[in-house]
Design a protein around this ligand. Structure first.
Ligand SMILES: [Zn+2]
Ligand SMILES: [Zn+2]
Length: 356
């Protein structure tokens, strides 16, 4: 099969033929029909994760089951499926409590094993982790759920527990930030989008942001305080840097809740966080790490009803070769919206038969 391969840290990604994966016991192989290009893939390329090279990245995927491993009960060849980027073991106390996103024995396609920037991908503990894609939801929409959209949903609904009418300051209007804007609006909250890219802010306003603040060196917390009358109830760092985390925390009103979504890899050093403000204003600092398959039904119901439209986040679809060219510069790219990969698209950019 064709796959996007990383031969070493920061090597030029290449598309080449590799062995087709076999289904592990309890797992399946999925034919990949859509897979999102995410900042986490860039972290993998840059060597911020413990990864064995050569490696195939890709963790936001949807497709059709093509092989079924020994012992799988719930799935068969041909089923339309997606999967959270954190696949739990299915048997530990956290998995049994519905919190597979923090499973100590978790697998992550594209990190702990070869991922979905390929024609086929192996997935573990299929009965515990696979999610059926409802009729009427296409593969690109479903793929966008696995990491950024589901993470934003859980961050706001599950971790910050946002209420209607609350202000939600979202620092970073990339895939996860735009998802947070859309979800906050759908849940009746009042999102404010903050980004350095004017095009991303325009998209955020179309997706439901009440205000947009251009991060061009201005005092972000002061601007948020002026808009909200003293600070936001909830803030999200959807980028992952000392500056954006600090801006988010300092944008909160007293007793506000901060959710950290953007990755802050140890290789960059531990970020300084304004803890004096956290103490004096009794702020809550919350982490969010994806969403378990068990929590998908609530989100899928909102998508089926049309209240949430993650497909609006997908701005472009590319083939594996174009994705290989985009990956090394992804940390500084200024494209708005989510880039989706269809492994069936040829190097020349010609569209293969569409199953979307
Ligand atoms: Zn991702
Ligand atoms: Zn587990």
């Amino acid at each position: 099969m064709r796959a996007l391969v990383l031969d070493d840290i920061r090597s030029t990604p290449v598309v080449r033929d590799v062995p087709t994966p076999v289904a592990p016991p309890g797992g399946v192989v999925v034919q990949v029909l859509a897979t999102g290009l995410c900042r986490s893939d860039w972290h993998a390329w840059a060597g911020h994760d413990e990864i064995a090279f050569p490696h195939v990245p890709g963790h936001e995927l949807a497709g059709v089951v093509s092989r079924v491993g020994e012992g799988v009960r719930r799935w068969q060849v041909g089923d339309r499926v997606t999967v959270p980027f954190v696949c739990g073991c299915g048997t530990c106390e956290w998995c049994l409590a519905g919190d597979a996103q923090v499973c100590p024995d978790q697998q992550q396609p594209g990190f702990t094993h070869w991922g979905s920037f390929a024609e086929q991908v192996a997935l573990h503990a299929a009965d515990a982790n696979l999610v059926a894609i409802p009729d009427g939801v296409d593969f690109a929409t479903a793929a966008s759920l696995g990491c950024r959209f589901a993470t934003a949903y859980r961050a706001l609904a599950g971790r910050a527990r946002i209420a209607a009418g609350e202000w939600v300051a979202v620092v970073g209007a990339g895939g996860v930030g735009l998802s947070a804007v859309m979800i906050a609006r759908a849940l009746g909250a009042r999102p404010i989008a903050i980004d350095r890219n004017p095009a991303a802010l325009e998209l955020a306003l179309r997706l439901g942001a009440e205000h947009a603040i251009l991060a061009d060196g201005r005092d972000i917390p002061a601007e948020v305080a002026a808009i909200t009358g003293g600070g936001s109830h909830v803030a999200v760092d959807a980028v992952g840097s000392e500056q954006t985390a600090s801006d988010a925390v300092l944008s909160l009103r007293r007793r506000g809740r901060h959710v950290q979504i953007g990755l802050l890899p140890p290789v960059d050093g531990h970020p300084r966080v304004p803890m004096s403000r956290v103490i004096a204003w009794e702020l809550d600092l919350l982490g969010s790490h994806g969403m378990a398959a068990a929590d998908y039904p609530g989100m899928l119901a909102l998508i089926a009803s049309g209240a949430l439209q993650p497909q609006l986040l997908v701005e472009r679809t590319v083939g594996l070769e174009e994705a290989a060219a985009l990956l090394p510069g992804f940390d500084r790219s200024t494209v708005a919206g989510i880039t989706m990969i269809d492994p069936r698209l040829s190097a020349a950019g010609g569209a293969a038969a569409g199953a979307r």
